[in-house]
Design a protein around this ligand. Structure first.
Ligand SMILES: [Fe+2]
Length: 344
């Protein structure tokens, strides 16, 4: 497989017709990278070995990278933007920073709901927004859905980060798509009424708050729990031991757990389009999928790849297949509804 991939990439990147010599001349891909996991570098080195195209990493906070590409305009040296959360990729797309890509490989490998229908961006890993709970104080049988977190039975027990964060905007954007704005407005008021404390910190802080008894249930991305569980620090592992993970909305008639993604787009200003597309196709390869997902305990986007998460997720896990573009586009409205409900 690796040999075949190498040949394909070689053919795609090196054996270009004379009409498009740009890649062969520059042989450097400028990757604006909002993901910060050590193993990613292993992959980028592999891409270079296979193709001869050097990957020049420009690291930064995702929102700052998007702003930088915007400010650089048509002269931006950026070829590929990698970031987490479809909401951010959608924002980059709305700003005109991503160019549409039509790739048979990407369309075949990446499930339709994990990419922009017009090819402006593609998801390469899945991240689930789940419910974490106190193993001491909450029975799993009491948990069911995101919707149920507005139930008065959770009064004073719900932990979640600020509405200003894109993870919450994407989740609530999906709820708008499924239930409409009136329902979501009522739901957000119910959740706010159940808050254990005003929103503060990131997802990992909600897990720590469960461990010290500040609240009983938290909305978090699944990999934060796994980071604590696999931490070299015994204090982190002690937090994880207090916490259980629950995958909501699994009922027979229900839509499944909310799925977000890490993804990438080819930057509109890129002068290395062919190498950039080859890089995205490389990220969709079997080998890259395993490594890319494992780096942050995420799920491979491509079906049939060994799932490093298999031990913690039920084999029959039902995932919401709402297109990421739909909930991402609802993000701004979701923020308004959360703020109106008093969700800071
Ligand atoms: Fe995160």
């Amino acid at each position: 497989m690796r040999t075949r991939l190498a040949i394909l990439l070689f053919a795609a990147v090196v054996a270009l017709p004379s009409a498009a010599p740009v890649v062969a001349q520059t042989r450097t891909l400028n990757l604006y990278n909002g993901r910060h996991y050590d193993v990613d570098q292993v992959l980028y080195d592999e891409f270079t070995r296979h193709t001869g195209v050097r990957v020049n990493l420009i690291q930064g906070d995702a929102d700052q990278l998007i702003e930088r590409i915007r400010a650089e305009g048509p002269n931006s040296p950026a070829d590929v933007l990698i970031t987490v959360d479809a909401g951010r990729l959608y924002r980059a797309q709305q700003l005109g920073l991503c160019q549409p890509v039509s790739s048979e490989v990407l369309n075949r490998r990446i499930p339709a709901h994990l990419r922009d229908p017009q090819g402006h961006w593609f998801g390469f890993t899945k991240r689930l927004r789940v419910i974490a709970y106190s193993r001491a104080r909450v029975s799993r049988a009491a948990l069911s859905t995101y919707e149920d977190l507005a139930n008065p039975k959770w009064r004073g027990k719900v932990l979640v980060r600020s509405s200003s964060h894109v993870y919450n905007q994407s989740l609530v954007g999906a709820m708008i798509a499924w239930h409409g704005e009136n329902f979501v407005q009522r739901w957000a008021r119910g959740v706010v009424a159940n808050f254990a404390r005003p929103p503060q910190g990131g997802d990992i802080d909600q897990l720590r708050a469960i461990a010290v008894g500040e609240g009983d249930v938290a909305i978090v991305n699944h990999y934060y729990y796994l980071r604590l569980l696999n931490s070299a620090n015994p204090a982190d592992r002690a937090v994880a031991e207090q916490v259980g993970l629950f995958f909501p909305n699994q009922g027979v008639e229900d839509r499944g757990v909310h799925v977000n993604l890490s993804g990438a787009c080819v930057v509109a200003a890129s002068r290395n389009r062919d190498a950039a597309v080859a890089f995205l196709e490389f990220l969709a390869s079997d080998r890259a999928q395993e490594v890319f997902a494992k780096g942050n305990f995420e799920f491979p986007a491509v079906r049939g790849i060994t799932n490093p998460m298999a031990a913690v997720a039920p084999a029959t896990l039902k995932e919401d297949t709402l297109n990421a573009r739909v909930y991402a586009a609802n993000g701004a409205r979701a923020l308004q509804l959360m703020v109106a409900a008093g969700w800071r």
